[in-house]
Ligand binder design. Structure first.
Ligand code: AMP
Length: 370
């Protein structure tokens, strides 16, 4: 079940757009979102399970929500839909919300939500992501369908794995067999050797200026909206990032150690400036393709991230897309080397709030919500 435009319109009819509250689940990128909402003059609501979640926000008065909704479990959010709507709440989704609620529940949450929830269908399967990214002109790591065909380093990824948990590297079929958990659905990808860059973009469908995305397919010839580069990060992954300190992969195997890819933090990075045109080209293609994925697709709205590896041939490989704010934007609460050029102190969280503010003043709030 999803939310259709008519239903969204009906909810919004009863909204007092002069007193919108930005609501967010207290995790992931919530400090940034709450802080950004406050900067743009919105009232804020934190949603949490467990007192310890709530308590630590008092250490950050610049983000501490004006109001809290404390729940027994996150599924209860579904029962509070009317409560949210009575308070003119707009929910800002992030990876933890979708994980806690489950993607089907999230799609059915009867509260106006920033961005396009319809895109989740395309983001939630690796197969569909590939279709989308290929249509957008992105090159991706090769996929190996039959484990017997492994003849060089590959990375094995489990479906729905949280933050890279359980992923492993294999060099041949024997490696694969030794480590695989066949109970779980997995994908085998060519291991791309290079440096990782997680590119945080923002697509504003309302703006008519700046870097305009050119439509493709049925939208050919149309300007679809403005593409902005907000920031870039690289994830810290435990323990692969520190693995080299213990010796070669062979030494480590002798100690029965395998590299793992569990995300523990994020570092700010910038990319060689000459790679930016290609980065924009890929992001533009991805946004343009998002409008062609299905009939009447509302396309990408707001923040998204292309997760890439740049090889020593200076070529990008996109290995994943996230169609919402990513935690990698957290180092940039005070702006980034990219967003500072256009406006200082513009985090992605604040950019989302700004987008809502602008849509309210242009009387087109439904264009950026679902
Ligand atoms: P993902 O869940 O797809 O975001 O992958 C988690 C982590 O695994 C990434 O942050 C990379 O460090 C690593 N990774 C994923 N895909 C590849 C690939 N094809 N080649 C090399 N490393 C990868």
């Amino acid at each position: 079940m999803g939310v259709d435009t008519q239903t969204l319109r009906k909810w919004l009819e009863s909204y007092d757009t002069n007193s919108i509250t930005i609501g967010v689940v207290a995790s992931h990128s919530s400090l940034q979102i709450l802080h950004g909402a406050r900067q743009e003059g919105f009232r804020t609501l934190g949603i949490a399970v467990g007192e310890n979640r709530r308590k630590f926000y008092s250490a950050f008065p610049g983000a501490d929500p004006d109001e809290w909704l404390m729940l027994e479990n996150y599924q209860q959010m579904l029962d509070y839909a009317e409560w949210f709507r009575e308070r003119n709440v707009i929910i800002i989704p992030h990876g933890s919300l979708v994980e806690y609620l489950g993607s089907e529940n999230f799609k059915g949450l009867e509260v106006p939500t920033f961005g396009n929830r319809g895109i989740l269908h395309w983001e939630s399967s690796r197969e569909r992501q590939r279709q989308w990214l290929a249509m957008g002109g992105c090159s991706m790591p090769k996929v190996i369908d039959d484990p017997h065909d492994i003849d060089g380093p590959v990375i094995v990824k489990y479906a729905g794995a949280k933050g890279g948990e359980g992923y492993f590297i294999a060099r041949d079929y024997r490696d694969f067999k030794r480590n695989v958990n066949i109970e779980q659905e997995f994908t085998i990808q060519e291991y791309v050797l290079g440096c990782r860059y997680y590119l945080h973009f923002f697509f504003d469908p309302i703006a008519k200026d700046g870097y305009q995305v050119q439509g493709i397919g049925k939208n050919a010839g149309k300007n679809l909206g403005r593409l902005e580069l907000m920031s870039m990060d690289r994830r810290d992954e435990s323990n692969v990032d520190e693995f080299y300190k213990l010796g070669s992969l062979r030494d480590l195997r002798e100690m029965s150690l395998e590299p793992s890819f569990v995300v523990t933090g994020n570092q700010p990075v910038v990319i060689r400036e000459s790679l930016l045109p290609r980065a924009f080209e890929m992001a533009e293609g991805t946004v343009a393709a998002s409008f062609e994925l299905e009939e009447n697709s509302r396309g990408m709205i707001g923040s998204f991230c292309l997760e890439t590896i740049v090889t020593d041939k200076l070529e990008f490989r996109v290995f994943e897309i996230s169609a919402r704010i990513v935690a990698g934007s957290n180092p940039f609460v005070g702006g980034s080397p990219y967003s500072d050029i256009n406006e200082p102190f513009m985090s992605t969280g604040r950019r989302i709030a700004r987008s809502i503010k602008k849509a309210v003043s242009n009387n087109c709030i439904e264009d950026i919500l679902s």
